[in-house]
Design a protein around this ligand. Structure first.
Ligand SMILES: Cc1cc2nc3c(=O)[nH]c(=O)nc-3n(C[C@H](O)[C@H](O)[C@H](O)COP(=O)(O)OP(=O)(O)OC[C@H]3O[C@@H](n4cnc5c(N)ncnc54)[C@H](O)[C@@H]3O)c2cc1C
Ligand SMILES: NC(=O)c1ccc[n+]([C@@H]2O[C@H](COP(=O)([O-])OP(=O)(O)OC[C@H]3O[C@@H](n4cnc5c(N)ncnc54)[C@H](OP(=O)(O)O)[C@@H]3O)[C@@H](O)[C@H]2O)c1
Length: 416
């Protein structure tokens, strides 16, 4: 037992940090290993690791420069008194702007009494430009690319429309907005508006029995660029860019799961569906099943863009196939052919056998993208129950959602 927690994180060292993708990949997915040292920290497969990170130094520097702040000025924060640089780096999320800040612009712009030329280009989340037909979705006067000389009207129009704010924030951070409106805040005013820095959770990709003293993750690094400025995810950039090179300690804590667990009976079969970084807990599950040595069969569905560049843990998986520990391995490479092939298509193709496994008491696990993949896989399971279980849509839905998921607790999800 140990007392490490979100409030009292263990300062771990990263001992390995490498990219899993092959050359030419559009992604940057990393395998990251943290040493647990003498922390006494323990974990089980299915648990997640909480990671505390910091803001990228270039964003902090730009903010200080754009606002003309004194980096050594002391400010009070929820973590005590700090200098401005440290507060911006460690205590608040300054890599992405929030709605509260955009709403504060109304007051700032009016108070400053300025009139500047402003061009608001709204962009939808999937990156498509707004067309003339979309203009109805924008507040009056916010048509794409139309310059205006009335910032007050623009800000007022923006702050009353939640979707316009969301689209506006998708392509801009604090520095972009401060430059666009030429507004000045005191450090205290700004920190009052910024969000407190939050930890991020990662599904653990190792079994502690197989890697005593270490905890391993599979992390998709979030990077993008707008307005000619490099940006990205707070924690993933920190782990990829700052910790890798400096070897500095990083705060971690365990986030145990109650539900995403292996069956107690080691002779029960399991089906694991984990495309992309969704593979993480299933690497851990497989290591644990090999360590425990039960008779239950293991079937892994994995996929990503291409077998050439995203076949994470290929050697390990092939080793499990050769040893017979992995009974079946089914892949869905979405971009290796003209039409998209996703894990749910593979589930449907193998529907008859999956249904047999279900009838035999198999557990079904899913990990990865919550927004699209998990929903599509859920629908695929219902259609398998209809087609191979001979059920009506209503009965199939009841079987998957009530019987397997809620009552028997053998349809388990770790989605984000
Ligand atoms: C239980 C659980 C387990 C998880 N396990 C894993 C795991 O094993 N591996 C893993 O990689 N992740 C995992 N995650 C996700 C992880 O917690 C983080 O959310 C993820 O790494 C992003 O964190 P970040 O701090 O780098 O990005 P953030 O700073 O939080 O930024 C992410 C946000 O960036 C914005 N964004 C993204 N792309 C763009 C773009 N092109 N333009 C503008 N804005 C954009 C979006 O608003 C997005 O929500 C898990 C999450 C949970 C809840
Ligand atoms: N913020 C970002 O910039 C960013 C970028 C990537 C991922 N993510 C998020 O990060 C998490 C993990 O990402 P990841 O890189 O590990 O994997 P991912 O983006 O979920 O992709 C893994 C595989 O799933 C496929 N896929 C796309 N839509 C799907 C659907 N509806 N059903 C089934 N499969 C689908 C992808 O194909 P295609 O890509 O060929 O369609 C790819 O082959 C997810 O939550 C994802 O949404 C965020």
């Amino acid at each position: 037992m140990s007392d490490w927690s979100l409030k009292n994180p263990y300062m771990s060292q990263i001992t390995e940090n490498y990219v899993l993708n092959g050359k030419g990949s559009k992604k940057e997915t990393r395998h990251i290993v943290f040493a647990l040292g003498d922390s006494g920290l323990d974990y089980k497969v299915g648990d997640a690791l909480g990671v505390l990170s910091e803001n990228p130094p270039h964003i902090v520097e730009e903010l200080i420069q754009v606002q003309g702040w004194d980096r050594n000025q002391l400010v009070s924060t929820h973590n005590g008194e700090r200098d401005v640089y440290t507060a911006l780096k460690k205590d608040f999320e300054v890599h992405m702007a929030n709605k509260k800040f955009v709403q504060s612009l109304a007051h700032k712009v009016v108070a400053s009494g300025m009139r500047i030329s402003l061009s608001i280009v709204a962009r939808s989340r999937n990156g498509e430009e707004w067309s003339a037909d979309d203009e109805g979705d924008l507040p009056p006067g916010l048509s794409p690319g139309q310059p205006s000389d009335d910032p007050v009207a623009k800000v007022e129009a923006l702050v009353v429309d939640a979707k316009a704010i969301e689209d506006y924030l998708w392509t801009r951070d604090y520095v972009d907005i401060m430059r666009e409106f030429d507004v000045k805040y005191t450090p205290e005013e700004f920190l009052e508006l910024a969000d407190r820095l939050k930890p991020r959770l990662y599904s653990i990709a190792s079994s502690h029995d197989a890697h005593p003293g270490f905890v391993e993750l599979t992390v998709g690094i979030v990077r993008f660029e707008y307005n000619g400025r490099v940006r990205g995810g707070l924690c993933t950039q920190f782990m990829a860019d700052e910790i890798d090179t400096s070897g500095a300690p990083i705060g971690v804590f365990m986030s145990p799961t109650k539900s995403f667990i292996l069956p107690e009976n080691k002779d029960i079969d399991i089906i694991m569906v984990g495309p992309g970084t969704g593979i993480a807990p299933f690497r851990a599950f497989m290591e644990q099943r090999v360590f425990d040595g039960g008779k239950g069969r293991n079937w892994l569905f994995f996929g990503d863009q291409s077998s050439k560049t995203e076949f994470y843990y290929q050697e390990t998986i092939e080793g499990w196939m050769d040893s017979g520990d992995l009974f079946r391995f089914t892949t869905a490479w979405s971009r290796d052919q003209a039409e998209k092939i996703y894990v749910q298509h593979r589930l449907i193709e193998h529907g008859a056998e999956i249904w047999q496994w279900f009838e035999n008491g198999a557990y079904f696990y899913i990990c990865g993208d919550k927004t699209y993949m998990a929903k599509d896989v859920h629908r695929a399971l219902i259609s398998i129950a209809e087609e191979h279980g001979g059920m009506s849509n209503e009965d199939a839905t009841h079987f998957i959602e009530k019987t397997m998921m809620r009552e028997q607790k053998r349809y388990l999800r770790d989605v984000y």
